[in-house]
Design a protein around this ligand. Structure first.
Ligand code: DX5
Ligand code: ZN
Length: 223
């Protein structure tokens, strides 16, 4: 298995998304951060923008919803044709039910947890999801440093996924860069969001390749 590198367009040029998509054409999925200035103290864009993005790129969208009332809104994002829709467990009344709804619409269903949220309750129902996103920073802003304590949750989730041979992607998001991606892969992540690490690079495509090679090394060193 090869690591997935999903550039976060939170670090892209907000009036030139289509142009910027062209600079990351070798990525695996495009990570789209939706923020509502309520669940997180930052605001990005909503449904019409995500729907339009899906029209201008052939790449699958990895939508990360950092919004309140997500049980109400997430199905509409799945209905745009987004490949994957990840919502925060902290914002949902019933994560398992919401995941079932998202899958029934045809999207992969992801559940995300903030740094302070325990992973254990979600490990018990992991088969209900297609992706577990362990946030490695507090959601809201790009360019922050990875919080080391969150990595214990990555190892714990990996042990569970391997022991039960679950078909689920283990994603990390926040502060991932060339200095830590190999180590985080070795601990268990297979899907990596990188915002500033990709968009600040001189040659973004080369940087994606570099990050993927480092992550693949970490995955190979796992066992
Ligand atoms: C933060 C977002 C991330 C962010 C990551 O709340 O969910 O996707 O863009 O940015 P970096 O990689 O710069 O930490
Ligand atoms: Zn994100």
């Amino acid at each position: 298995m090869s690591a997935r590198i999903n550039p976060s367009i939170l670090s892209a040029d907000f009036v030139n998304f289509e142009r910027d998509f062209g600079t990351i054409a070798n990525c695996d999925l495009i990570h789209v951060d939706v923020m509502d200035n309520n669940f997180v103290p930052n605001l990005t864009f909503g449904l019409p923008m995500v729907a339009r993005m899906q029209q201008v790129t052939p790449k699958p969208l990895d939508v990360h919803l950092m919004i309140a009332n997500v049980d109400k809104w997430a199905p509409d994002y799945a209905a745009t044709g987004a490949f994957s829709v990840t919502f925060h467990a902290e914002a949902s009344e019933n994560p398992v039910e919401l995941a079932r709804t998202l899958r029934s619409i045809g999207a992969r269903a992801g559940v995300a947890i903030k740094p302070g949220t325990d992973v254990q309750p979600y490990l018990d129902v992991l088969h209900e999801f297609d992706q577990l996103l362990v946030m490695t920073v507090e959601p809201g802003f790009g360019g922050q440093s990875l919080i080391e304590q969150t990595l214990a949750k990555v190892s714990k989730a990996r042990r569970k996924i391997d022991a039960e041979k679950l078909d689920i992607w283990l994603q990390v998001d926040g502060g991932i860069d060339v200095s830590n991606i190999e180590r985080v892969a070795e601990l268990g992540a297979d899907t990596f969001v990188a915002g500033s690490a990709v968009f600040k690079a001189e040659d973004r495509a080369k940087q994606i390749e570099h990050l993927r090679n480092l992550a693949d090394l970490g995955i190979r060193h796992r066992h």
